[in-house]
Design a protein around this ligand. Structure first.
Ligand code: KG4
Ligand code: ZN
Length: 352
């Protein structure tokens, strides 16, 4: 049984995973960031400090788990906000030391990648073409197995979620703007505005051009927009959303056609986007391959995916560095992490 802690950004989350059964999961979003229009790192770490240990106490109590049943502590070692990571790391180290059980540092991006596989690992998923899209990351990877892969396409500037949030903010929508923009887009015309698409081929994403175009357009048109508010706002949302999704999908369609994966994966907060989900499902049907998209609640940051990533490490006898000496890593590229995994020697008895 693995107890996992996620605290990379502004979501505090703890989970208990026994093999492939999620015994319990507690989540606590931090609403105090809303009035600042973005995550305030100092407030995020303070909230983790306040909530994490209480959540762990409740998790153990509510699932009637005995501490002696917990066999390993997993936590998000990076990437993320330094202060937030430090709080999760301190709690995890303290627990592992006191309970005298293994400590497993998990890469948050690998957590997202496996977030659809917390409770089941279907046969025949590899090679998998997997897109991770969140507020801080946007990349398309080719996974040969759970722990081996290569980077196909990465963002040069903003992440897709950041593009959604920044455009939504310019439109006067509340933070985080991605879900609100998605909702308004459903009643808008995606063809009402033509935003420029970056001409970067299929090896790089970019979203800063879109952000600038929306900014310049609004600076000129805002009074006009205020007059025609509702429908113009919905059209703007629909056209921005369809542009972001088009930019995301082009390399996916290209590499899927070229490499013929056995499955497609979509993960991260932006995987909750309705248009992106439907484009992925349609592509999977067209190619005749499996499509793995986590349920909505597991798209955003959660400890269940951190527990699943730790289980995969244990199953493959791999670990990232000497446990108690681990440092939080605010910047920790996925491929660097996979390349540096070393053979595990945790002294664990039997399976979980
Ligand atoms: O993975 P996540 O919870 O946190 C990070 O690790 O960044 O992703 C949060 C991001 C935010 O930018 C949020 O606006 C975006 O995911 N998001 C969406 C939707 N739901 C969440 N973006 C577009 N459409 C959505 N439905
Ligand atoms: Zn995330």
């Amino acid at each position: 049984m693995i107890l996992a802690i996620e605290s990379s950004c502004d979501d505090s989350s703890v989970a208990l995973l026994k093999g492939h059964r999620l015994i319990g999961l507690k989540q606590s979003g931090q609403e105090e960031h809303q009035r600042f229009g973005g995550v305030v790192p100092e407030l995020a770490s303070r909230a983790h400090q306040e909530w994490l240990s209480l959540m762990i106490k409740d998790l153990i109590h509510d699932t009637s788990t005995s501490w002696s049943d917990v066999q390993a502590i997993a936590y998000t070692q990076g990437p993320g906000l330094m202060g937030s990571l430090m709080v999760g790391s301190a709690v995890a180290k303290g627990l592992a030391l006191t309970l005298d059980i293994p400590l497993i540092g998990v890469n948050h991006l690998h957590g997202h990648l496996v977030s659809h596989f917390v409770e089941h690992e279907p046969e025949g998923i590899f090679p998998m073409l997997s897109l991770t899209v969140s507020g801080g990351h946007t990349h398309l990877v080719w996974m040969e197995s759970w722990l081996e892969g290569s980077m196909l396409c990465e963002t040069l500037d903003d992440a897709a979620g950041e593009a959604f949030d920044k455009c939504a903010k310019m439109l006067g929508l509340p933070y985080p703007g991605g879900p609100v923009l998605d909702r308004l887009a459903r009643e808008g015309n995606p063809g009402a505005y033509a935003w420029p698409l970056p001409q970067l081929g299929n090896e790089a994403y970019s979203f800063s051009g879109l952000k600038t175009s929306v900014l310049y357009y609004l600076a000129k048109q805002k009074p006009d927009l205020e007059d025609r508010q509702d429908s113009a706002l919905r059209d703007l949302c629909a056209s921005i959303q369809s542009t972001v999704v088009e930019v995301l999908m082009r390399p996916v369609v290209h590499h899927a056609g070229l490499r013929k994966p056995r499955s497609l994966g979509l993960a991260g907060g932006v995987a909750a986007n309705s248009l992106l989900r439907s484009r992925f499902l349609a592509l999977g049907e067209h190619l005749g391959c499996q499509v793995h998209i986590p349920p909505m609640s597991w798209c955003t940051d959660n400890a269940a995916m951190i527990a699943a990533s730790a289980r995969i490490l244990l199953e493959h006898g791999k670990i990232s560095g000497e446990a108690m000496g681990q440092k939080p890593l605010p910047r920790w590229p996925l491929m660097e992490y996979l390349g540096e995994l070393s053979v595990l020697n945790l002294g664990l008895q039997g399976g979980s």
